[in-house]
Design a protein around this ligand. Structure first.
Ligand SMILES: C[S@@+](CC[C@H](N)C(=O)[O-])C[C@H]1O[C@@H](n2cnc3c(N)ncnc32)[C@H](O)[C@@H]1O
Length: 169
């Protein structure tokens, strides 16, 4: 089957490999909110968080609202979210936009055993339990699993490299 990165669904393509998931999960997660974005289909979604300057909203479950105390003082946040539409068994993948086989853990693909995604977002506004941010790349309604302050002093590694990406093959 030819790969069409624009389709809504994920498939297993030539060059890709899956592994069986363990019979039982080792832990559970609590979704703490939902992310609202302009994108309803994968083909419309930015491929990465820097590709779009769309303002998105993060709706935090009111039960966790007190946890947002002091968040408004942060210019940037790390958001962790759950790619709920992604397959979880792929160990080797051929991303459509690269066309080369790579290991799941060498990729930022949403398809992984625990489909956790992360982005560093710019915080524009906090209104009660709703945050307005720039720098997301997920579908509307994507579950939120955590919010952390971004510390440029410790989180930024300006000279970090990804060898395969620099080579682009
Ligand atoms: C390449 S991932 C990067 C995610 C995150 N910035 C990261 O680095 O972990 C972004 C892509 O995931 C896909 N995606 C977005 N929301 C999704 C969801 N809820 N479930 C599955 N796939 C999703 C879209 O194709 C989007 O372009």
């Amino acid at each position: 089957m030819a790969k069409d990165p624009g389709t809504k669904t994920f498939g297993i393509w030539a060059g890709e490999k899956t592994a069986d998931l363990p019979k039982q999960a080792d832990a559970g997660v609590y979704f703490i909110g939902r992310i609202r974005t302009p994108w309803h289909e994968r083909k419309d979604c930015p491929k990465n968080a820097r590709e779009s300057d769309a303002v998105c909203t993060v709706e935090v479950d009111p039960r966790w609202a007190d946890g947002l105390k002091d968040v408004e003082s942060c210019s940037h946040l790390v958001l962790l979210y759950w790619m709920d539409k992604a397959p979880r068994t792929l160990v080797l993948q051929v991303p459509g936009h690269y066309g080369v086989q790579r290991g799941t853990f060498a990729l930022r693909s949403p398809a992984r055993p625990n489909p956790v995604a992360m982005s560093v977002v710019q915080l524009l506004k906090v209104d009660g339990a709703v945050l307005s941010v720039v720098g997301l790349d997920c579908l509307d309604g994507t579950p939120l699993i955590d919010i952390k302050p971004y510390f440029a002093s410790t989180d930024s590694v300006p000279d970090a490299t990804v060898g395969w990406h620099a080579r682009k093959s």
